[in-house]
Design a protein around this ligand. Sequence first.
Ligand code: UD1
Length: 422
Amino acid sequence: MDQIIVTGNGPLSGDIPIAGAKNACLTLMPATLLTDQPLTLTNAPRLSDIATMTELLRSLGSEVSALHDGQVLALSSHDLTTVRADYDIVRKMRASILVLGPLLARAGEAVVSLPGGCAIGARPVDLHLSALEAMGAELDLRDGYVYAKAPLGGLKGADITFKFASVGATENALMAATLAKGTTILRNAAREPEIVDLADCLRGMGAQIDGDGSPEITIQGVDQLGGATHRVVTDRIELGTYMLAPAICGGEVTCLGGRIDLVAAFCEKLDAAGISVVETDKGLTVSRKGDRVRAVDVITEPFPGFPTDLQAQMMALLCTADGTSVLEEKIFENRFMHAPELVRMGAHIDVHGGHATVTGVERLRGAPVMATDLRASVSLILAGLAAEGETIVSRVYHLDRGYEHVVRKLSGVGARIERVKA
Ligand code: UD1
């Protein structure tokens, strides 16, 4: 199994290109199931999660071709051969549940295994299921599968209030509602940029959607959707991750394609920590002026709040801050698994329930560490960039799920990082 070896060194400088968003692409791909016409996605990231979604869609009868080195995905679901999404594929990735709404809307039935994914809490799918039930679907949960059937004549528009603004549940309901009879209103809907990106793509396919990006989305169902070509939005989590590299090591790095509106709450925290972020036509230029960053408190929240997917990376920064920071995780109950690994590198972190108290040290020390999930793995690499000596990160397959060309991107700005076969 591969390992990544990082050797802490001086300031970084240069440009890092930011890819299209994994989480947007994973919800745009299943939108192919809503139409018999071709859907083309450009600016797609090259990741193992995208390969898993490709495998899942192919198992349903969709054609998926990766062109231009994987940056363009040509999808077509002219004929679906089955409506069953099997456990063997679904268990690899929680986002597989996103085929449920589109299958149900187009084919009138779906059998989807209950998902797996990162081990960061219980992560149920009750909100997805109750939204589809409100649209008239009959659901039966047995043998680890959801058996879903739409009423004769198809799903019906409904007035749905989410008890939590779940990203995935909003996406599933939004896709299903595009082909439902009548009007659907989604209240307390998620407002993430990936939702707006999905709505943009669906509108391009002929859907009638208003209010995405706000907590209330209105969808007027149409009889059928057509094809479209859509550019995947910039990955705000990859963006935030690489913005932290110069914040941790010093220097100045421009994240190409970055936009403040995608990471505004995160930028506020960087500013409070003493990191400068400047938006230009090229992207976001990040630099660290002083020797050490200042401690800041962080609470993760649904968008537009501070993203849970940047919490582990932010913790890596705060490990060497001047003072004590408290990070509160409000989205997932078990998302501090990177903390004990950072402690192995000399960090002072005390986890108590949903809070982690981080008392900054002057310098971390390199150590062998283990990636436990996708974002945790990259936080260990960031910490390694700032540490004295060598950090060896194992279980990097987590990283391959969500970061393309990490070694190339970081070594391009002067980091000492390599990938080796263990
Ligand atoms: C998406 C992102 C993930 C990110 C998360 C929160 C994708 C592919 N993944 O995940 O990277 O960390 O948003 O920003 O886009 N919940 C329920 N019942 C449900 C659904 C969710 O209780 O039916 C809970 C979850 O357990 C969790 C919280 O709601 O505690 C947030 O989950 P959700 O917003 O649904 O995240 P995902 O869509 O799974």
